[in-house]
Design a binder for this molecule. Sequence first.
Ligand code: FE2
Length: 363
Amino acid sequence: MSEDFLPIKGYDHVEFYVGNAKQAAHFYDKTFGFKPMAKRGLETGDRNVSSYVLSQGKVRFVFSAAYTPDHEISRHCALHGDGVKAIALEVDDVESALRESKARGATVLKPATPVEDEHGTLVSGEIKYAGDTVFRFVERKNYRGPFSPGYQAIEAHGSEPVGFASIDHIVTNVYLGEMDYWAKWYADVMGFRNLAHFTDKDISTEYSALMSKVMENGTGKCKFPINEPAEGKRKSQIEEYLDYYYGPGVQHVAITTGNIYETVTELRNRDIDFLRIPDTYYEYMKNRVGDVGEDWDKLQELGILLDKDEDGYLLQIFTAPVQDRPTLFYEVIERHGSKGFGIGNFKALFVSIEEEQALRGNL
Ligand code: FE2
């Protein structure tokens, strides 16, 4: 077996470019239960960007907005709306990560850049990914501060957490015909392997379909499914995303929980909207899956999906988009042995998504 030339320790953070970082941070605190940890902005001497760092379990999100109209973040938001700019991965050696990925075809957008304060030195660098999205490598082995130099810790109480533990996978939507390009890119440039492949026969309804490949890094810690639209009678949800995001980008972030019943109950109490699942789904799945020791009535009441494969089963649920544009949404997932992505649920998900899409007049 060849050596992993890009050893990844795990997801470091996800950075979102938004129109209003203060309000985005408030939303993620009050609804999803993320705790504000650190910030930068005018108060900390940053004249250009306001950023809030929030965390829950091992999940760390950064929301950034610009103070001026001609800033890169402002232009990004004007084109894409609020969305994911950077998927940050923790590595031991940013210099090496950039050198190895560049040698295999990566476009380096930001060279290894050390920044330091009284807590030590943090190094980061970036390579181009789909659309305007980037992969950021972060080396924090010599840094002991709350997040990064330039940020100040926040003494915030924050809302009660909802049980989010870690990022499970991050999904990108790309244009028709680009999925294979990006799958190959992950394999060549990042040294990832193809974990699964779903064709439009697996994931289709009468109206729309998608194809998906799942790429996984050497340690199995990071998984990145790539979706592209497939031909359907009407516009697929992937096309709708691409139209509204004005290009490829992150479609959803899946976050694990140890108790999906409690997490979803709490999120529903805090007015998070989830995709409506038709009652017929539960009749169908009860027959298909049988008894796995979960409470089907409770699953139905909360709208939680269940899928089973040879390794076990998983429970999952999808939120509605979290901004005006029908672009980024979240998945909450609880795994019981299954390493899959809920393939049996894709179709049920599609039917449900299309109901919502029809309501927006976009089907
Ligand atoms: Fe997912």
